[in-house]
Write a protein that binds this ligand. Structure first.
Ligand code: NI
Length: 138
């Protein structure tokens, strides 16, 4: 891949803090850290536009012993089958289940599905991770 070099000016104090933070995260050099920051910002923009196709994961924790909850969640996943493309289920202990759903589609719709799942009564915790199909990230 062709690479372009460019210069960045900033205060020594800010650069020092940046170097410290990327060293903690394990970056070998500033270039890779800056590329990742730019990608992160591009992914955020993809999600903001609403009608771009994006990818993400929705993680939920719930108790399968809560009355009718497991059935309700499964029904909803069937309704949303065009967006929820895969589901991983882990039985955490006697009562608790963890589910990770891989979602792909328009970001507005994914947000809506995620909010509906997480706000379902009996879901103890939930999180949407927003990422990208990757083709625009180089
Ligand atoms: Ni389970």
């Amino acid at each position: 891949m062709e690479m372009v070099r460019f210069g960045v000016s900033m205060s020594p104090k800010l650069l020092e803090r940046f170097d410290e933070s990327i060293a903690k995260k394990g970056y070998a050099n500033r270039s890779e850290a800056i590329r990742d920051l730019i990608r992160e910002s591009l992914v955020e923009m993809e999600w903001e536009t609403g009608d771009e196709e994006v990818v993400g994961t929705i993680t939920i924790i719930y108790s399968h012993t809560t009355r009718e909850l497991a059935d309700k969640l499964t029904d909803f996943q069937h309704q949303a089958h065009q967006v929820i493309i895969s589901t991983l289920h882990v039985h955490l202990d006697e009562h608790n289940c963890l589910e990770v759903m891989v979602v792909r589609g328009k970001s507005n719709l994914i947000r809506e599905i995620s909010e509906r799942l997480i706000s379902t009564k009996g879901v103890k915790h939930g999180k949407l991770t927003m990422t990208s199909v990757g083709d625009k990230l180089a």
